[in-house]
Write a protein that binds this ligand. Structure first.
Ligand SMILES: [Zn+2]
Length: 123
């Protein structure tokens, strides 16, 4: 359910990009999935395969890039990767950390007609 609503907003976002580019066949949609986003890659892929044909051709590929969770310490500004949900700064041991990457699903590029790639479309 979670995956389906994400795919729905993803496809809507891609549709807008394609329209802004003057249309075309979408060859590839590249998405960054954070470890903390709660998205199950397999379910995400299945939901995509199931829903994409309603909007784009079934040729359209979904590419998932899994990203680790990165946080920054509020006290010493040390940046580190969070492993096993250990939300503690390894430099100064404070628990006051802020997740800066890896907690969401982000559209990173759309390829139209296999040779026209649009980068930096993330909101
Ligand atoms: Zn720290």
């Amino acid at each position: 359910m979670h995956e389906r609503s994400l795919i729905q907003s993803l496809l809507r976002q891609v549709e807008q990009i394609v329209a802004a580019e003057g249309g075309g066949q979408v060859a590839e949609i590249r998405v960054q999935v954070g470890d903390l986003s709660g998205v199950e890659p397999l379910l995400f892929q299945m939901a995509f395969d199931d829903m994409v044909t309603a909007v784009f051709s079934s040729e359209c590929q979904l590419v998932l890039e899994m990203v680790p969770v990165t946080a920054v310490c509020s006290d010493c500004e040390h940046q580190f990767e969070i492993v096993d949900f250990q939300f503690r700064c390894p430099a100064c041991q404070t628990g006051s950390v802020q997740v800066i990457q890896g907690d969401k699903v982000k559209l990173i590029s759309v390829t139209i007609n296999s040779n026209h790639s649009i980068e930096g479309v993330a909101s």
